[in-house]
Design a protein around this ligand. Structure first.
Ligand code: DGJ
Length: 696
């Protein structure tokens, strides 16, 4: 990684291949942002001088440059990413520079001029991203109250206008992409739910209002945290844009005990001049190269029983499904909720992780053996962080749940949240998971999490805010331990669909259950939002029944397949009710997916059209000489013009031939006019086109 330091200007420069990031110490040892954008040399970066605030007054900061991690104290009136209160009531920090080192990235050390607080600002270049986080240390003898401990603040260069892109949604409607003008003042994106959430996701993109999918400057950051979080973007009255973000939401406080160290999660950022698509491709490369545990693998085609059987899970039913799934080409058979304890619905049994002998009289052994005999891996659904009050676990350990003294215990989906921050709870979870995997030869776990936190406290604990952080660290810790002890185990992250979709969970799981909404029409939009930061190779997508059980909408089989083939294809329908023709066609399409899978899962992704604008959308993947384009057109008004999107990322001088038809296309024509596809009628229609570049 490239870190350069100019001693005279006390300025650091970090360089990626296509961007530069610079900051400096001012005369009072405050760490000031200098540059984030196109590449610069160290000498060039030293020429960037802070501008005085345009309206000099005693009601403002004297200079318009922004801190790298803003603290309360002095003439600073923005959002403090670090807010601490010392035992004597002082709530301001004055740093003294204490050196820097470049052993593991760049670490800039600061210490308070009077109080026993030290901080480290960490920076690390990974591919096109700059990863940042902060470490705090209490070197004194009294606790320090931490009111807000963000990972980092990010600052844009001055531009004429600003726009923010982010996602909003709900359960079964995740990742709705929004692109809106950034208002002057403070805009907060947040989750107070204990998970990164369906409602918002901890990433954003900023541009000056002129960027498009293919062109223009975009600055983007993503927080690697799977719990509640907050990012506050400030567009000041001077027109400067800064944002600060980290774990925990407003009002949550922690006590930093004497001698204790507090480490924030990574907040990564990247810059591109290639538009929103360029930003997404840089994120995808970053996720593959630096986040995913096994990016080199191809994700198997899963069959999951949830939409077929719900909680009605038993050995004969699962065996029937397994036989059909194997015929259809599934490579991994996953038994969902309902195989354990008294779990025959969502009211009882959660927490009692022993096989239900009424449903599986001889245990899971015979089913696992048959699934393996059929040539599939075996996967199982678990929800380790939760308990139904009607369970043996809760009757034995009513004190194991998040709760507050003299307050009710709010149940959601009839369940309570186990307090994973207690070592004995996390240890219990690790042990039964370890036994389950070891005893049954389990290849894959679907780790689910189905409710938001309420009464997030620990009766009698004087520092209850910690549960928000400790819970997530413990979940990450159990996942890490399981993976270390079972290197062949693969894990899907699920929280009622995509409620825990973030870089923190992706560092220890292999894919994400994108949404409980498997309606292919809705999926086009959900996948569009998901793809802004995350690659297709972690986006699990099942083909299910028509009409869709959730939305009641009908969609042709091929349409459902083509939409799901843009991610990690799986099957989730009631296959016992499919006709012989449907099953035969499904098997053909699964086989076709296996051929294109390397291109989709490991290739470079291009979004060719925006589903919010066009009924016809398409995504394109390129890997070496291979190109896959998946078109999906939703029903549309008769007679309205529909634009066929042009392809991207091809070699204009090359010839591409269409696999299957042999048709020949010039790269330049595909880039200027797109593929000459014909989708008949006004209803749902789709197409898959494979191209191969011919050798010169
Ligand atoms: C929520 C998940 O998203 C579903 O796929 C399914 O596993 C259910 N939970 C089971 O309770």
């Amino acid at each position: 990684m490239s870190v350069e330091f100019d001693v005279d200007h006390r300025l650091w420069l970090l360089r990626t291949r296509e961007s530069a990031y610079a900051f400096r110490l001012d005369e009072a040892d405050r760490v000031r942002h200098v540059h984030w954008g196109p590449p610069l040399t160290l000498e060039q970066a030293t020429q960037i001088t802070p501008l005085p605030n345009p309206v000099g007054s005693s009601f403002d900061e004297p200079f318009d440059d922004r801190p790298e991690l803003a603290t309360e104290g002095g003439a600073f009136f923005g959002v403090a990413g670090l807010s601490v209160r010392f035992a004597d009531g002082t709530q301001a920090v004055e740093w003294a520079y204490a050196g820097h080192d470049t052993q593991d990235g760049l670490c800039v050390r600061l210490r308070d001029r009077h109080y026993p607080l030290e901080a480290e600002l960490h920076y690390r270049v990974r591919g096109e991203a700059v990863e940042r986080h902060t470490v705090l240390r209490n070197t004194g003898t009294e606790p320090i109250c931490l009111l807000r401990t963000d990972s980092a603040a990010w600052t844009l260069p001055r531009r004429g206008d600003y726009r923010i892109s982010h996602t909003a949604g709900a359960w079964s409607a995740e990742a709705g992409l929004l692109r809106e003008n950034l208002p002057t003042g403070e805009t907060t994106l947040t989750s107070r739910r204990g998970v990164s959430s369906h409602q918002a996701n901890p990433w954003l993109m900023l541009d000056d209002g002129t960027a498009t999918e293919t062109r223009g400057e975009v600055w983007s950051t993503a927080l690697a945290w799977s719990g509640s979080w907050r990012i506050t973007v400030e567009r000041s009255h001077t027109g400067r844009v800064t944002w600060t973000g980290g774990f925990g939401h407003e009002g949550v406080q922690w006590r930093l005990e004497p001698g204790e160290t507090w480490e924030t999660p990574v907040f990564a950022g990247l810059y591109t001049a290639d538009g929103f698509g360029g930003a997404s491709r840089k994120w995808h490369a970053y996720v593959r190269d630096f986040v995913q545990p096994h990016p080199e693998e191809l994700r198997p085609v899963v069959y999951n029983s949830w939409e077929a059987t719900g909680w009605d899970v038993d050995e004969p039913g699962q065996l029937r499904l397994a036989a059909i799934a194997a015929e259809a080409g599934a490579e991994l058979f996953v038994v969902d909720d309902g195989w354990f304890g008294a779990r025959t619905g969502d009211t009882a049994g959660l927490g009692d992780w022993t096989v239900n002998r009424d449903r599986f009289p001889a245990g899971l052994g015979p089913l696992v053996a048959e699934v393996h005999r059929l040539g599939m891996g075996f996967g199982l659904w678990v929800e380790p962080e939760m308990v139904n009050p009607d369970s043996e676990l809760y009757r034995q350990h009513p004190d194991w749940v998040l709760a507050m003294a003299h307050r009710g215990r709010t149940t959601l989906r009839n369940q309570l949240v186990l307090d994973f921050g207690r070592p004995e709870v996390a240890d219990w979870a690790y042990k039964w998971l370890h036994r389950l995997v070891a005893d049954h030869g389990i290849d894959y776990l679907k780790w689910d999490m189905n409710r938001a936190f309420t009464e997030a406290g620990r009766p009698g604990d004087g520092d209850p805010g910690r549960v928000w952080v400790e819970h997530v660290r413990a979940v990450h810790g159990v996942l890490d331990r399981l993976r270390a002890d079972h290197p062949a185990l693969r894990i899907q992250a699920c929280a009622g669909g995509g409620g825990r979709t973030d870089l923190g969970i992706l560092a220890r799981t292999d894919e994400i259950w994108t949404s409980d909404n498997t309606d292919a029409f809705d999926r086009v939009k959900i996948q569009h939002g998901f793809s802004q930061v995350l690659p297709a190779g972690v986006m699990a997508a099942w083909v299910t029944d028509s009409p869709n059980p959730l939305t009641g909408r009908e969609a042709p089989l091929e349409f459902r397949f083509h939409v799901a083939m843009a991610g990690v294809l799986g099957l989730g329908g009631a296959l016992t009710k499919w006709t012989a023709d449907e099953l035969r066609r499904a098997a053909e399409l699964v086989a076709l997916y296996k051929e294109i899978r390397p291109v989709v899962q490991h290739g470079t992704a291009y979004r060719l059209a925006d589903p919010a604008v066009s009924p016809l959308t398409a995504v394109q993947y390129v890997l070496g000489d291979d190109v896959v384009v998946l078109f999906a057109r939703r029903p549309h008004d008769h007679g309205r013009p529909i634009v066929t999107p042009v392809l991207q990322g091809l070699d204009p001088a090359a010839i591409y031939h269409e696999v299957g038809t042999g048709a020949v296309h010039h790269g330049a024509v595909l880039l200027a006019h797109g593929l000459p596809i014909t989708l008949t009628g006004d209803g749902a229609a789709s197409a898959l086109v494979r191209l191969r570049r011919e050798p010169r």
